[in-house]
Design a protein around this ligand. Sequence first.
Ligand code: PLP
Length: 381
Amino acid sequence: MSNLFPTYAKFPIEIVEGKGTVVKDANGKEYLDFTSGIAVCNLGHCNEAVLTAVQHQLTQIWHTSNLFESSIQEQVADKLTAGSKRAVFFCNSGAEANEAALKLAKKHTGCDEIITFQQSFHGRTIATMTATGQGKIHDGFGTLLPGFTYLPYNDLEALEQTISEQTAAVMLEVIQGEGGVIPATTEFLQGASALCAKYGALLIIDEVQTGMGRTGKRFAFEHAGIEPDIFTLAKGLGNGLPVGAMIGKAELAESFGPGVHGSTFGGNKIAMAAADVVIDHIFKEAFLAEVTEKGAYFQALLAEQLPGVVIRGKGLMFGIELETEAVEVVKSLQEAGVLTLTAGPNVLRILPPLTVTKTELEQVAEKLAVVLKKQEMGMKI
Ligand SMILES: *Cc1c(COP(=O)(O)O)cnc(C)c1O
């Protein structure tokens, strides 16, 4: 019997080794990991440059309190905010980054009302769970945080009718990840940004999954040419080391003074050493252009092998609409040596490392075509 709380329905596979896109389970079976551990290991497993930086930091010092200066935090913050006047708060996860964003919005505006969207996902703490627009995630937890309204995603009219001077923030994902890989339209993003400016509400963009190069830009909001007041990062920021960040416009800094918010482990030196290298690799035009190019290549391969397939996403973040239960396709692909994810009951979610090779994309497109064709013909997959 397991002594773990059964909060995750686990697959009976233990991954014990990884290098780049390839991982190996405890029985020695190899898989192409097209999950990156849910958009975490964007530079592949056991990336050499990250490993070297972390190993070096481990020999220097592991932890100092945030009551002391940290030049590595300053350096990572400087790189994350390059080209804009922004401030960074470091924490350890996506939920914590969003929690910090919500606290900052409430503190800065003095307002309580927060608008989020149906099918969104923002985390599992009480505040971020409340922000998450999914009834199944709220079920059984009694009274949630007051002040939240959930609007239909991509519905600018609904937002226009709801937003007011009492709105502290509008919080959204540029592509809803857990909710089914559903992209926001450019019109919706630009409209939401304009409405926030008009009513003095803060626009918070949750880039926990879409950030760090995943969509072919540093941050997915850059596709729409908008400037959120606050955005949040986590998953891909440390390539597997736990780190999150809340990044806000510089004028918000005065609302987050000493004693207002904090985290013991936030911005710890080991995680910072990893993030520093991750940013250097990902925030390069040539690297980001390759992500876009490889994403388009994979989409074209799938369109060729699976005519009529409905595939959504940007860069190397994909959702494939399925006729049947996505988890069955995930299991068949595992047998075929490919790891994938679901996003809701009928969407297969694919998040390869951004360092994936074209050969690996071809191998997976082929295996995916075999599994999905079998499924289409009503065969057991
Ligand atoms: C994963 C995720 C979170 C939560 O991150 P944790 O590190 O699990 O707390 C929040 N928002 C989005 C969009 C995510 O994908």
